[in-house]
Design a protein around this ligand. Sequence first.
Ligand SMILES: Nc1ncnc2c1ncn2[C@@H]1O[C@H](COP(=O)(O)OP(=O)(O)OP(=O)(O)O)[C@@H](O)[C@H]1O
Length: 332
Amino acid sequence: MWRIFNLITVRGLHKTFRVAKRSTGLGQAVKALFHREYKAIEALKDISFSIEPGEIVGYIGPNGAGKSTTIKVMSGILVPDSGICSIMGYTPWEQRVSYVKHIGVVFGQRSQLWWDVPVIDSFELLRDIYKVPETEYQSNLSLLTETLDLQELLGIPVRQLSLGQRMRCEIAASLLHSPSVLFLDEPTIGLDAMSKIAVRRFIQTINAERGVTVILTTHDMSDIEALASRIILIGKGRLLHDGSLQGLRSQFSTRKVITADYRTCHRPLAIPGAAILSWSPERAQFSINTGEIVVSEVLAALSSQVELLDVTIDGQPIEDLIIQLYKEHQLS
Ligand SMILES: Nc1ncnc2c1ncn2[C@@H]1O[C@H](COP(=O)(O)OP(=O)(O)OP(=O)(O)O)[C@@H](O)[C@H]1O
């Protein structure tokens, strides 16, 4: 039997889209007027996972993997062909009206704000739609205005905002009704470095202080590294990996780069089992495979040859890990 007590339980989700085949050439186009052919795109194939309260989960995968389709099912916008999705006891597409009071959704590419009216008017409309009590609305508004730095933006129509400014307003809009679960679909897409950091910091704050559970889809691995302790990877509609970022690292990351600074030594260093990447009389950089040699052996060999002043050890960057994972599952 499935356990349905988690905050979010997704079991065996399937979703197939039926799309008209494109006809090429005039003859085919005329034929298509009378007899349309369709093909099935299996966007989700047996997707299952559970999420506990207070988790920040990175939902990742290459283009067309099925990420947005999953988020749309979980937010009640799409109905799956089969499978279970239980979130806080609701089936999103069946009890949509009562369910949406508990969730916030931000689609980076689409706006939930009214384009031609000042931001504050959109916020007030959302307050009325969600029937947020006035005291709760005012306290959320002042917290969001302060932490997302919105004061200057509230009186401006949305169409006049920059992407980064709009994104901060979108995130605020999704949280005015104090949801317990927040779905963020590419929340930092197109943002500059400063805005990305501001958005990430804010996500961390609402997670830590309000216990909001966050499901985040992104292609930006630095978002994942900064925010998500758990990664769910999907590819071609299938779930391929579900685990901690740390676990993923230890599963795949066997390469480390050791940089050593030492008192001047004109003799080149030689460390058995370590490949030298660069050398100078004051600094050397090695690459090791931790399956073959452990870091402490390298450090012992180094300190027997030079007087060490400083050592840094870097793991494989997360982008490389993900590329490795995509290759392994033949997604790239
Ligand atoms: N409304 C739709 N009609 C037909 N096909 C669709 C529809 N929505 C999604 N698809 C198809 O389903 C598959 C999964 O799409 P989805 O948008 O969920 O992927 P994604 O992982 O979010 O991709 P991306 O990173 O590019 O946004 C793709 O092949 C896509 O073309």
